[in-house]
Ligand binder design. Sequence first.
Ligand SMILES: Cc1ncc(COP(=O)(O)O)c(C=O)c1O
Length: 471
Amino acid sequence: MQAKPPFPAVGGPKSQAMLERGIPLFRNGLRYAQELERSHQRGYRSPRQIIIGRAEGDFIWDLDGKRYIDFQNGWATNPVGNCHPEVIEAVEAANRTWGFHYDHPLRYELAEQLAEIMPGPLPRFSYEVSGTEAAEAAVHTALAYTQRRHVITFASCYHGMGLGTKVLSALDPDYGRYLEAWSGGVIKAPYPFSDHIPAGMDQEQYVDFCLWFLDHHIPAAVTTRDNIAAIMIEPGLAEGGNWIPTPRFIQGVREICDRNGWLLIVDEVLTGLGRTGRMWGIEHYDVEPDILVVGKNLSGGIAPCAGIAARDEILGDNPHAWSGSTFAGTPAGCAAGLKTLELFERDGVVAQAAHLGAVAAEVMADWESRHPIVRQVRSNGLLMGVSIQDPEGQAGRDEDTVWFAREVRSQLLARGVWAISDREENIRMYPSLTMDEAVLREGLQHLEEAIAHVEANGLTVKDAPDLPTGL
Ligand SMILES: Cc1ncc(COP(=O)(O)O)c(C=O)c1O
């Protein structure tokens, strides 16, 4: 018999009933009852979960009709809010006109427009469906162009969940378990922004160490300089904990690439197209990449569209850089991208994101000093995160830290705000770039209330399992 969660999911019986349908369908459903029983016996209760019944603008509604402020934003994919009617209309018109045919004019128009807004001369574009595919295409393009075999990525980076991107990423070593033999060409370097700076080093010294590791340790101990094709980096770790790098580090990476003849691939799948209050995250660093990876926001929240932009010679004369797939650059995806760029221009969306980011930074400015469980507020524009710590402050107890963040997220949901905390130490928030300022402030106010509640009441959920949803 399946054990019943002792508390209904937030929003009520319809969400609950739908979530239970996942037990026989999705991954880890067979373990669910046993894990639930174990956590009940230790006094913990089920985390709050909902199923979305409808989404519109700044909000989502669960199946039982309760409304939530949307800080999750389809994992940061709805730049102009949920179900923007003009993007929907553009996508539907493209579907009616072309279906899935490949040789349509929108792919030319969108590639031309993207070339105009790139952070540097990156005139060539290759379409992909997802950020995962695009990140993999960027790496293969770099290997094929340089005719080299290694690429450098960073600790805590996330580039996707494909076979290639799993071995490129370093978010959680468990994601790549049993793929160890597939990761031969990837060199993982330390990332200087972390809760785990080695003993005795201050932040600036650790930046120096990480640059030294790239420039000296890898060529001296791992592979020769002329066998490294590229460094791939996110200008702001999102999944890896909203760490915002300093200009000195990113400029240092660019300088090392230039001096060694390595390409710089910038993965802007999450940071790109306005998320940080600039069109591209890399614009905060006064650095031009050689290849840029784009996804998420390009979809306008409606139809997937992703790809890579590259310097002329890198994609313009590279016969071995194969990529693309059946649904890459569909008429619907390109229509979504074109309409999104049109709305960005017409409605001043990037400037609005910068303004909202400044509002949020001001609201959260004193949280570190006022809340013992807030370790750091780490934001760049609307790439917003609050890292949570065990209030006892017991260094090195990462597990407990994760449970505190999970508790805050659960309390936040109970207060009508939908945000991300994915078994991590952070609450991450990626509202739409056009969110109403009052709604943004209200959501942050609820976050502060949730934080205060957890400080006063401690853990109630801990490791109680989520009902399986297929993730
Ligand atoms: C920086 C970065 N790269 C790549 C990806 C993968 O994109 P997708 O999930 O669209 O495949 C993500 C997804 O979160 C991401 O944040």
